[in-house]
Design a protein around this ligand. Structure first.
Ligand code: PRX
Length: 690
């Protein structure tokens, strides 16, 4: 166990115990050779690549990715780095993303399935959208957006949809017109979607009546009133709401529409049947979308991704790391509402002309054999999911993959560290030892994969994601900015030394935050116009072994990664404080065997509260679900007599996290109220049993 690292956390003096410090991590594992078959067939099987993407070839190396796209106008300059950390890629070029993901495949592949929608109820037939059909649907919807709502390039559209085919269709319709979409994960509460919509002043809000999840119908439209209320309270209610229906002939929600604001999608689309809407060429650095994510401060921030650089980067990495070919049937079992889904369910697979599977529900519904039945039936060749899903499927049905004829060539994992045991099950049982496993590390902010093995070229090492992707230069810096040498066994802060085309452009409405949060830590000279002075601080602790392979420990900040989804502790705490009797709240990460981490919540009550702790617990849980969503539901809510505090009154989350994780809390004698630590520990230990 390599428990000592240079960095106790990204924020000096915070005194909090971060994810990376409660990381359970593992020793270096033995290598496994890539499957022999890949050496003959992989997109990337030429070791010359390493030279083409060597640091000396920067930034021109990334032209190889841009060349995978169809440009209306070719770029004049690969990288404009005059104003770091605000970079512009493929400057002077213009293109349209929908044209790249749809139109350009029509000549050769109009009949090929682009999207296969698999409903959660197993008796319901798949919905197959060929590239031809997708082209028709995207144009009809683009006509609605343009002609009925009067939306013009640059306008924002918030899309609060679950995993239904209308989600990628809406994204592509926006892209066709140059509208900036902001997809909010369907599982987020109405309120969370409303605040995000208002933050970017969306003119249109897109939703649906309901969907299937975990064997039940979710009434999604019931979220709409709280979305609208939150957006109104923030001063930016959307002008219109577009409402899809899961079934054409019935409604899954009793929620009434407001005829002055809401529009039934089926009615609007019928008016534009057969519409033609030409794709609008966009400058390479026009924004394509926003994706809100949690960071160190309370409000989620809108990461803004560009058109040309982003599409080039995700397409290039899907080709090289996921080894996607146009003939592939690819299934990424993530949600389009997260960055993984944007990049590697929608944009990259479609840009490459492959078939992408959109699955509505949860992995083990109705049983843990489901993913393997779907994969066999559809002939899935490249598969991707999260370690949480892998652990779940393994626990519930370790033998189930063997019952099926599976043809996986590449198996990807993303979102959280994967322990070698789960990795090996994925490799042996799901891949039968014939597929390459790629553990891909990246973030919402980074657009695409940054660290991973290359499936045909690199040996795999369970528990390590691998070296930097082509052209990507990861390094570990200590708190003073000194590089920690590879193989030293010391961990520190993971940084990227050079920019890449997928890096977000800015934070919507708050460019300073981009500088503060990601670059201020290691930039010594704010006036420097040399990108070398601006390492990107990822917010993860990691080690790099002698072979250059990166091993991620987890976040060093206030983010908790629950089942591969990012939650901000500050957001959880603000939600708790909406409960009137709660005086103080602290959310800390607790290790969980299945989901990696969960939030544990501690609350102290206002004096005079006479009700039962159970009542408060239930209200706190409800408040969190209302303001964020069920994914943030805490592991436990502990009602405590007081919070452990420093003499200056700061809550010491580090002590609470120590208690939650049954770890040493360190020296607490200097606290203002040391006696409370023993009380809380006793309370937690008593409740958890021996
Ligand atoms: O802590 C890292 C973890 O997920 C964080 C990024 O979360 P998000 O922006 O939601 O994007 C997730 C999907 C790209 C990172 O800071 N993370 C992501 N991939 C891995 C990972 N941790 C370990 N191994 C990974 N492969």
């Amino acid at each position: 166990m390599a428990g000592r690292y240079a960095s106790p956390g990204g924020r000096e003096g915070s005194g909090d115990l971060s994810e990376s410090e409660i990381a359970v991590h593992w020793a270096e594992e033995e290598y496994l050779a890539p499957p022999a078959e890949l050496a003959r067939t992989a997109n990337l099987r030429d070791p010359g690549l390493l030279e083409r993407f060597a640091p000396s070839a920067f930034p021109g190396c990334f032209e190889e990715y841009a060349a995978l796209l169809t440009w209306r106008r070719r770029w004049d300059q690969v990288l404009d780095a005059q104003r770091p950390p605000f970079y512009r890629w493929f400057v002077g070029g213009s293109l349209n993303v929908a044209e790249n993901c749809v139109d350009r495949h029509l000549a050769t592949a109009a009949e090929r399935p682009a999207i296969v929608f698999v409903p959660e109820p197993e008796g319901e037939p798949d919905v197959v959208l060929t590239y031809g059909e997708l082209h028709r649907r995207v144009q009809e919807l683009a006509a609605v957006l343009r002609d009925d709502f009067g939306l013009v390039a640059g306008d924002r559209v918030t899309i609060h949809l679950p995993m239904v085919p209308e989600l990628p269709v809406t994204m592509l319709a926006c892209a066709r017109l140059g509208l900036v979409h902001s997809v909010v994960f369907g599982g987020f509460s109405g309120e969370a979607a409303g605040h995000r919509s208002a933050d970017c002043a969306s003119r249109l809000f897109v939703t649906t009546d309901g969907y299937w999840r975990g064997g039940r119908v979710v009434d999604h439209l019931a979220n709409l009133p709280s979305s609208m209320e939150a957006a109104r309270a923030d001063g930016h209610p959307p002008e219109r709401v577009l409402v899809f229906r899961r079934y054409p002939d019935r409604s899954l929600s009793a929620e009434r529409l407001d005829p002055s604001r809401d529009v039934e999608a089926s009615v609007a689309l019928a008016r534009h049947a057969g519409a033609r809407v030409e794709p609008r060429a966009q400058p390479s650095d026009a924004p394509l979308f926003l994706m809100y994510t949690s960071g160190t401060t309370g409000r989620p921030k809108g990461c803004q991704h560009a058109t040309g650089g982003y599409l080039a980067y995700v397409t290039g990495t899907a080709r090289s790391i996921l080894d996607l070919h146009p003939e592939d049937v690819y299934w990424c079992l993530a949600d389009i509402g997260w960055i993984t889904g944007h990049s590697y369910i929608v944009y990259a697979p479609l840009a490459l002309g492959a078939t992408t599977v959109v699955y509505e529900g949860v992995p083990a519904q109705p049983d843990p054999g489901r993913p393997w039945r779907v994969a066999e039936r559809l002939g899935v060749t490249v598969f991707q999911t999260s370690p949480t899903a892998i652990r779940l499927l393994r626990r519930l049905g370790p033998e189930r993959p063997r019952e099926h004829r599976l043809r996986f060539r590449v198996l990807a994992t993303v979102g959280e560290p994967i322990e070698p045991e789960a990795w090996r099950w994925y490799y042996r049982e799901v891949g039968r030892g014939r597929a390459a496993v790629v553990d891909t590390w990246w973030q919402t902010e980074t657009g695409g994969i940054l660290c991973s093995t290359k499936p045909a070229l690199d040996r795999m090492k369970p528990g390590s994601c691998g070296p930097g992707a082509p052209g990507i230069r990861p390094a570990i810096l200590d708190e003073d900015g000194q590089e920690v040498p590879h193989g030293s066994g010391r961990a520190g802060n993971l940084v990227l030394l050079a920019p890449w085309p997928g890096l977000m452009q800015t934070i919507w409405g708050d460019p300073d935050r981009l500088v503060r949060q990601y670059f201020a830590k290691y930039n010594r000279d704010r006036s420097s116009t040399d990108w070398r002075d601006w390492p990107y601080f990822a917010g993860d602790a990691a080690l790099i072994a002698a072979d250059g392979y990166v091993r991620i420990l987890g976040r060093v900040d206030d983010v908790i990664n629950v089942a591969g989804h990012r939650l901000g502790t500050k957001e959880i705490e603000s939600a708790c404080l909406t409960v009137p009797e709660v005086a103080e709240a602290a959310a800390v990460p607790v290790a969980d065997e299945l989901k990696g981490r969960l939030p544990d919540v501690y609350v102290a009550l206002r004096p005079g509260w006479a009700g039962s702790p159970q009542e408060v617990e239930a209200r706190v849980v409800r408040a969190i679900e209302t303001s964020i969503g069920k994914i943030a539901r805490p592991h436990r809510v502990w009602v405590v007599p007081d919070m452990p505090k420093t003499r200056s009154g700061k809550i010491l989350r580090r002590v609470l996290a120590g208690i939650s994780n049954h770890r040493d809390t360190g020296d607490v004698t200097t606290l203002a109220n040391p006696e409370v630590v023993a009380q809380i520990r006793e309370q937690v230990d008593r409740d958890r049993g021996p």
